[in-house]
Design a binder for this molecule. Structure first.
Ligand code: FE2
Length: 274
């Protein structure tokens, strides 16, 4: 499988959609972001590829599931007959997917259907490197801490804002509870330590006063989202992008509402802890 690096640190592009799966798997976890450009996939082909990585879990926002395949979430700012065709403005802040669930996401895949003239890039931040660079004193301080997670964006809880976590219905909210994850997490596949979800759904730290916990989380977030850890990904039509949620934070970037954009998304969970 031929790979081209997307940055000095991480990310790779490859044309080998049909390569032996073990090679795709290894290349993916080594690169953290794997991009395959200009494919022409049906929803079924996209789903079949995703299932090789593990079990997809439909998003809690169930009103925008693909009509034939509920595991596919439609991200779109289009309107059809006055109704939104998909979820718009999702995840425009640094977070990692499903960190608000007990078993979080292994990887998320986006297949690009329609690309806006401007914007719509995805930003990724390398949480292996962010962890490695911490001073030894900070590594010791956070080594055994557990962060408390809940659906939402710690930095924006205003339901009318475009950068709030996508607003849930009451029924959807009822399905979600508080969960705990280590702040420093050994990657379930590679074993490497990474900072985990210091931005996004982390709202506290177990056994720590709220002010102190938020101060520490914010300090770690500022460190972990510095430009030097980031990669900006631009999409073309037919691009398939897979990212590793255990070693990255990511953020969508806003687009003009009148500039059409559509993607299909599948999120695959880590193995259950049982
Ligand atoms: Fe996301």
């Amino acid at each position: 499988m031929q790979l081209r690096k997307l940055s000095a640190g991480f990310g790779a592009e490859s044309e080998a959609f049909g390569a032996p799966f073990q090679e795709v798997w290894d290349a993916f976890f080594a690169a953290q972001v794997l991009v395959m450009r200009g494919l022409r996939l049906t929803a079924r082909q996209f789903l079949e590829f995703a299932c090789r990585f593990g079990r997809p879990e439909p998003h809690v926002i169930d009103q925008f599931h693909h009509p034939e395949h509920a595991d596919i979430l439609i991200l779109s700012n289009r309107n059809t007959n006055g109704e939104p065709a998909g979820l718009a403005d999702a995840g425009t802040y640094f977070h990692t997917d499903y960190s608000y669930l007990e078993v979080p996401a292994r990887c998320t895949m986006l297949y690009s259907i329609e690309v806006p003239r401007k914007g719509g890039d995805t930003l990724f931040a390398d949480q292996y490197a962010a962890y490695d660079d911490l001073p030894a004193s900070m590594k010791r301080r956070i080594e055994n801490l557990a962060a408390l997670h809940h659906y939402g964006n710690r930095d924006d809880l205003d339901r009318s804002s475009r950068t709030v976590a996508s607003v849930l219905t009451e029924d959807q909210e009822e399905k979600l509870a508080w969960v705990k994850h280590p702040l420093v997490r050994s990657h379930p596949v590679t074993g490497r330590k990474a900072l985990y979800a210091v931005s996004g759904s982390s709202f506290g730290i177990e056994g720590m006063a709220e002010n102190e916990a938020l101060g520490l989380l914010d300090e770690l977030k500022r460190h972990a989202t510095q430009d030097k850890y980031q990669l900006r990904l631009k999409y073309g039509v037919g691009d398939l992008v897979i990212w590793d949620n255990a070693s990255l934070l990511h953020s969508a970037t806003l687009t003009a509402p009148e500039d059409p954009r559509t993607l299909w998304r599948i999120t695959v969970k880590e193995e259950s802890k049982k």
